[in-house]
Design a protein around this ligand. Structure first.
Ligand code: 2P0
Length: 330
């Protein structure tokens, strides 16, 4: 038996990934740029065991079957394809942040799983290969393999099976920025990202517009980050989120609730009154507010006062990418 434990942090995209290349392999149709977030992490232990007759998955203490297990088994199959003597695995994963925190756990989860299973299988842990492996399960997970500000290119236009890994674009201290995660509901999201992206590509009259605009917004975000220009970065990040959601809207996918839109208005009012503050949203109703250190307390107070926030999680860029806790070889 070989066991390895890895930790990876969640990330939030400033330039959003939304949509995949039409060919197989889970290659993004647009480039994205994210920030890895401190304090929000998943710890995953993988043990390859000869005695097992199937893969097993425990998530936050609960045994999983069906789709969750299938997705994990698909990643393990890729590892087994290159193992000398493949066998099934036991996977134990726990989020260090509440599942209903409004933060997707698939990015940190698949990044930690890719790293732990690579090491447990006795393979070379090369971060590019780990990031590519994670991307094939969940594209945003490719970015959680690295710390700081992280970019992920779009997949090649023609059919490909080549490696596509994320890379660190700038260190965590490149910019003073907090992400205030405003949780607006405990309810599970209505439609998963993979299905929502498929529907957007198929049914949205704005999908082609999104594919044309997203790389331009991405370039603008990269440029703002290079200049450490928070205002330009915030504006472009908010535009990326709203454009992504507009493309989904046109396919009748609405992630926002009344509270989401009320918070977007609150952020705009704060900005109109002179505070540099911007909003972004992912495939869910929660609003993530981008703000710099001197304004964190004041903005947080205003957001809570709005009455639309269940809780606020104050997260900052994390320097660390995926890392190992422990290795046990028997
Ligand atoms: C992102 N999201 O860039 C975008 C913005 C949600 C909105 O990546 O289908 O779990 O597994 O590759 O990475 C969430 O989708 O999707 C996501 P799959 P993933 O963070």
């Amino acid at each position: 038996m070989r066991t390895a434990t890895a930790i990876a942090n969640a990330n939030i995209a400033l330039a959003k990934y939304w949509g995949k290349r039409a060919y197989a392999g889970n290659y993004p149709a647009v480039p994205s740029l994210s920030v890895t977030l401190a304090g929000l992490q998943t710890t995953t232990t993988v043990s390859f065991e000869r005695s097992l007759s199937v893969d097993e998955l425990m998530l936050n203490g609960v045994a999983q079957e069906g789709k969750e297990l299938d997705r994990v088994a698909a990643l393990l199959d890729r590892i087994r394809a290159v193992m000398l003597s493949p066998c099934f695995a036991r996977v134990v994963s726990a989020n260090g942040f509440p599942t209903a925190s409004g933060l997707a756990s698939s990015a940190s989860g698949f990044a930690a799983l890719a790293a732990a299973s690579t090491r447990a299988a006795g393979l070379d842990v090369e971060l590019d290969a780990v990031s590519d492996l994670a991307r094939r399960s969940s594209a945003s997970a490719a970015r959680s393999v690295f710390g700081g500000f992280v970019s992920l290119d779009a997949g090649p236009i023609a059919v490909s099976n080549e490696r596509l890994a994320a890379k660190m674009f700038a260190p965590a201290d490149a910019l003073d920025m907090h992400v205030l995660v405003c949780v607006v509901t405990e309810a599970a999201k209505t439609i998963g990202s993979t299905e929502a992206m498929r529907r957007t590509a198929k049914e949205s009259s704005l999908y082609d517009a999104w594919l044309a605009v997203a790389p331009v917004q991405y370039a603008s975000i990269c440029d703002s980050l290079n200049r450490a220009d928070f205002e330009a970065l915030g504006r472009a990040a908010e535009a990326s989120a709203l454009t992504m959601h507009a493309s989904a809207f046109a396919a009748r996918i609405v992630y926002g609730t009344q509270s989401t839109f009320a918070l977007l208005q609150s952020v705009r009012r704060l900005r109109d009154s002179g505070t540099l503050v911007f909003a972004t949203m992912d495939a869910g109703p929660h609003v993530k507010v981008l703000v710099q250190s001197p304004n964190v307390a004041g903005v947080r107070e205003q957001l809570v006062k709005s009455g639309h926030v269940l809780r606020v999680i104050d997260a900052q860029p994390c320097a660390q990418g995926v890392r190992f806790v422990d290795e046990d070889t028997r």
